[in-house]
Design a protein around this ligand. Structure first.
Ligand SMILES: [Zn+2]
Ligand SMILES: [Zn+2]
Length: 152
């Protein structure tokens, strides 16, 4: 069984895959965030576009998303804060750790989500300063080891 890349302890086919296939929909902004991170790893560009709120998409295309999925090398997702959402909008703060050369960096963002046609969509977010993983930091993959003895 391969565990879902979103960091849950479930198999992909019981976790983010039903969302990526359109068989199910995220029930909260936190779940949508995890499934979108997972879509980057699994290169599900169409899902990324479909779950991006049309009013906030700008000129974003499936091709651009596919390229950025392909170019990024994500290591782990850390949800920092996911307050209980209202029925129509919510926020999630996360750190998405990725490999860049010999270093592991994090995209750190507080994202806004809104419901449209009864389904959660990503709107936009406030990007925090980039983070660099220290050699002695706990590894973000959740192994419990120091980064230098694990993914770094
Ligand atoms: Zn998942
Ligand atoms: Zn690790």
């Amino acid at each position: 069984m391969s565990r879902c890349q979103c960091g849950s302890s479930q198999a992909y086919r019981f976790c983010c895959q039903p969302l990526h296939c359109g068989d199910d929909h995220a029930s909260s902004p936190g779940q949508l965030m995890r499934s979108r991170y997972c879509a980057f790893v699994e290169e599900k560009a169409e899902y990324l576009l479909a779950t991006h709120h049309p009013q906030f998409r700008g000129s974003l295309t499936v091709k651009q998303l596919a390229d950025s999925c392909h170019e990024s090398d994500f290591v782990a997702l850390q949800i920092v804060d996911a307050p209980v959402a209202t029925t129509e909008q919510g926020e999630v703060e996360f750190k998405a750790w990725y490999r860049q050369g010999s270093e592991i960096m994090a995209l750190w963002e507080r994202s806004r989500f809104q419901k449209l046609d009864d389904h959660w969509h990503y709107c936009d977010g406030d990007i925090r300063p980039p983070l660099k993983l220290g050699r002695n930091d706990p590894c973000p993959c959740g192994s419990g080891k120091k980064a230098k003895k694990c993914c770094l």
